[in-house]
Design a protein around this ligand. Structure first.
Ligand SMILES: NC(=O)c1ccc[n+]([C@@H]2O[C@H](COP(=O)([O-])OP(=O)(O)OC[C@H]3O[C@@H](n4cnc5c(N)ncnc54)[C@H](O)[C@@H]3O)[C@@H](O)[C@H]2O)c1
Ligand SMILES: [Zn+2]
Length: 346
């Protein structure tokens, strides 16, 4: 399978082509986990560099952490020709990319994604950002990485729930664009699917092709937000309540709700809804939503970037491998979809 030249998969750390890079100073951004698990593997092959280490996790994807990173960039004297490398999961891809986009009006950066979600999704397509005011990715910029260097070998140290979180983005790619891929994914044991180079590559391709058609998310790229209107609300709410949920789990719940919405809007058959639900539900039935929480989640969605006036526009699916965008959905139907989810997991 062919990938564009700026996105490369590597089977060994020693193959990373650091020698071909040109920059004045090199800064490596890590979190405390990637410093422990990934940096020691990479260090022997790295050219001279400075380091900045931030605390791990979604709760640190904030302006305060960015200020710390910008301060380090200044302290190390990074100039316009300096290079930032983001060694981490989706949080560091988003936040490191954003810091690079804004420091001196933009310096070059490379993603070295270390979680599955980052390898198949967050590192591709130049969406950067941080959470703000209690909402996901409220501040950010479209700013593309100079290179994305992917070493699936990094995935070996991931806790299972973090690894599987990426699986749901792969399911999303398949649901919006490739029925054959969906069937392959659901018929492969979970762990094996997550570590499959062929599947990682296929997901990157799907995302890359969509991003190339619509970088600024005016049309087709919105499809990649399937599952994310409900999913982001759930993720923001759980984050505020300090309840544990991965990004992938949140969008998995979102995909079930949004597939139900597509069914109720008569663009998805009941049979296909059943296939989607059956294959996602088995991994997330432990995530419960109370009746009171349904109202709160709808309030979160009102703030969603896809909202126009009082209607929320959703990207949906009209079959497996067939995404559609811009479907107006009212609050009653959103509430019904959350009720539907509540019923299937209770
Ligand atoms: N920009 C995009 O297009 C896009 C797409 C999808 C997701 N995202 C964002 O990505 C984030 C979720 O990504 P994530 O799940 O990777 O989060 P994350 O970066 O917080 O990583 C999850 C956890 O795994 C740890 N970790 C990372 N690599 C490791 C390794 N190799 N071994 C052991 N531990 C490791 C991290 O320290 C962290 O504790 C969300 O903020 C989401 O909004 C962005
Ligand atoms: Zn996502």
């Amino acid at each position: 399978m062919i990938l564009p030249p700026d996105i490369c998969l590597f089977s060994s750390f020693k193959n990373f082509p650091f020698r071909g890079l040109s920059y004045t100073k090199l800064l490596l951004l890590m979190d405390n986990n990637t410093q422990n698990y990934c940096y020691p593997l990479l260090q022997p092959y790295l050219p001279i560099h400075q380091k900045v280490v931030v605390p791990a996790g979604e709760s640190h994807k904030t302006i305060d952490t960015c200020m710390y990173i910008w301060q380090k960039m200044m302290a190390y004297g990074l100039d316009r020709l300096s290079l930032l490398i983001n060694l981490g999961g989706g949080v560091l891809c988003d936040m490191g990319g954003f810091c690079a986009s804004s420091y001196l009006r933009g310096i070059a950066y490379i993603h070295m994604p270390t979680t599955l979600i980052a390898q198949v999704d967050a590192s591709i397509g130049g969406k950067t950002g941080i959470n703000f005011g209690g909402y996901k990715n409220q501040i950010g910029a479209f700013y593309t990485a100079q290179k994305v260097w992917i070493a699936p070998i990094f995935l070996k140290t991931l806790p299972h729930n973090i690894l599987y979180s990426g699986f749901f983005e792969m399911i999303k790619h398949a649901l919006i664009a490739d029925e054959k891929y969906f069937n392959q994914l659901i018929h492969t044991p979970l762990q094996e699917a997550c570590l499959s180079i062929a599947y990682i590559t296929r997901s990157i391709q799907i995302k890359h092709v969509i991003v190339c058609k619509d970088f600024r998310e005016s049309h087709e790229r919105k499809m990649l937000n399937f599952g994310h209107t409900v999913g982001h609300a759930l993720e923001s709410y759980f984050l505020a309540k300090k309840k544990k949920i991965t990004h992938g789990e949140a969008i998995a719940v979102g995909m079930i709700c949004e597939a139900y919405i597509a069914y109720r809007k008569e663009i998805l058959t009941y049979e296909v809804l059943h296939v989607v639900v059956k294959n996602i539900y088995i991994y997330i039935f432990h995530i419960k939503i109370s009746l009171e929480e349904i109202d709160v989640l709808i309030q979160y969605m009102q703030q969603d970037k896809k909202r126009k006036k009082k209607v929320i526009y959703f990207p949906l699916i009209r079959g497996i491998g067939k995404g559609v965008i811009h479907r107006a959905v009212n609050q009653t139907l959103i509430a019904s979809s959350l009720m539907y989810y509540r019923n299937i997991v209770s």
